[in-house]
Design a binder for this molecule. Structure first.
Ligand SMILES: [Zn+2]
Length: 441
């Protein structure tokens, strides 16, 4: 933790009365909730909501955020890629700002709250602090980002990566959106943003003290414990093979004897169960951070048949963990299994392109600050691992980051995703407390 941010001092005041008067905060929360619902209403694509990355629907959300900010007399700024932020300056202008936010896009036919709730909550805090005339030592900044969801450009966190220049921005701009075939740069420019790769990133560790992201939980842990809010301990890294294949040999199902079969389905099934056994081993040891999924698994309809030994399977493989050691172990086990199955079953595997993301540690001091805030709202905070989010790009860019997770009974990336207004209000209050305390309010 950089020495400018006194978490110990911030924590010492966490249970004290809020510095933003409650009526002002309550109104800002209600207004931002109305914004969430209105964006949802206008980007509904039954079933669910669709706001593709750098699309007109995402832009509609961005324009409504712009109007929300303008109506409150706050100065809005954009980076060269359409990410939006509003900064309420602190009393010591040289100090980096305490920042919060999330993304505006969604997956196809997804929910309304994934991302949007976090952007709206950050706006609520900054709007309320402004209305209350609150002056903190550090500035308070709310962010609404673009293009977090991976399906559109086959890569996640594009908005935050562009914002922070985390990866080569020209290379990011050359990626093509799967539905339109146009490049990311073309999409950004079509929306009226310059896509300048030579510009210094507008956010950096020098001007961003920390990043807090409020987000719906995408698993069932908070619902299972009947708790409104939790704090993420780490962001899972992963090793993914989006389009892997296993090749065997087609043959007559009733004629080819066991020793001659080269059955691709049995081979991939053995790989799946071998990795599932590793998961069971880790789970039995109390390590619940590993996950393995073969989300796609199919034979070729042009060739497969009830009476044919399957000669080819196309599948995807995703392994995730919060520690690099567990991910390395999973990779070793997978390689051993592939070698064994290849030798035993006479098949060959082509795993195709590998996509990896390192696990990301979240900041211990900020985690405790958020937990204090949940306690102050009268609830027990739950610690839980989480999947990838923009906060991971901030953490990897050297900005201390943490995530506040809110209960969601419907799962995520589907139309049933849900957030109760009361839980959103708890989340906003926790976020407000953490931001103001961290900013030296
Ligand atoms: Zn999200």
């Amino acid at each position: 933790m950089p020495n400018w941010l006194s978490i110990a001092r911030a924590r010492a005041t966490a249970g004290k009365p809020p510095l933003i008067p409650d009526d002002i905060l309550a109104q800002a929360i209600a207004d931002s909730w109305a914004l969430v619902l209105e964006i949802g209403r206008r980007t509904e694509t039954p079933p669910g909501h669709t706001r593709p990355a750098f699309s007109q629907a995402e832009q509609l959300a961005a324009d409504m955020v712009r109007d929300f900010i303008a109506a409150r007399g706050l100065p809005l700024e954009y980076d060269a890629f359409g990410n939006m932020y509003v900064l309420l300056p602190g009393t010591e202008p040289g100090l980096p700002a305490v920042t919060a936010g999330s993304h505006l896009d969604s997956v196809a036919n997804g929910g309304n709250y994934d991302g949007l709730a976090g952007a709206a909550a950050a706006l609520a805090v900054v709007a309320a602090a402004h209305k209350a005339g609150l002056r903190t030592r550090h500035g308070l900044r709310a962010l609404a980002m673009r293009a977090e969801e991976s399906p559109w450009f086959n890569m996640a966190y594009l908005g935050s990566q562009l914002l922070l220049a985390y990866r080569d921005r020209a290379a990011l701009g050359a990626r093509r959106r799967i539905d339109s075939g146009l490049t990311l740069k073309e999409h950004v420019q079509a929306l009226g943003y310059p896509f300048r790769t030579d510009a210094e990133p507008v956010l950096s560790p020098a001007n961003t003290a920390c990043f807090l992201e409020l987000h719906i939980e995408q698993g069932p842990l908070l619902i299972e414990r009947d708790l409104p809010a939790g704090v993420a301990t780490a962001i899972r890294g992963n090793i993914r093979y989006p389009s892997a294949r296993c090749f065997g040999e087609y043959g007559h199902a009733s004629a080819v004897p066991r020793q001659s079969r080269r059955d691709a389905v049995m081979a991939v099934a053995e790989l799946a169960l071998g990795l599932d056994a590793l998961w069971a081993e880790l789970h039995a040891k109390g390590d619940d951070n590993f996950m393995v999924t073969l989300g796609r698994f199919g034979t070729d309809p042009a060739h497969h048949a009830l009476t044919k030994v399957p000669g080819e399977v196309e599948f995807s493989l995703a392994m995730g963990a919060t520690s690099t050691e567990t991910l390395a172990l999973a990779r070793r086990r997978m390689e051993e299994l592939v070698a064994e199955i290849t030798a035993k079953r006479g098949v060959t595997f082509d795993l195709g392109a590998e996509v990896t993301a390192e696990p990301v540690a979240l900041d211990a001091g900020l985690i405790e600050l958020l937990e204090d805030g949940i306690h102050a709202q009268g609830f027990e905070p739950l610690r839980l691992p989480t999947v990838g989010h923009d906060a991971g790009i901030f953490a990897l860019s050297g900005i201390p980051s943490a995530m506040l997770m809110l209960r969601n009974p419907g799962g995520s990336h589907n139309p049933k995703e849900h957030l109760e207004e009361a839980d959103y209000a708890v989340g906003c209050r926790v976020l407000a407390g953490a931001m103001v305390r961290a900013a030296g309010g």
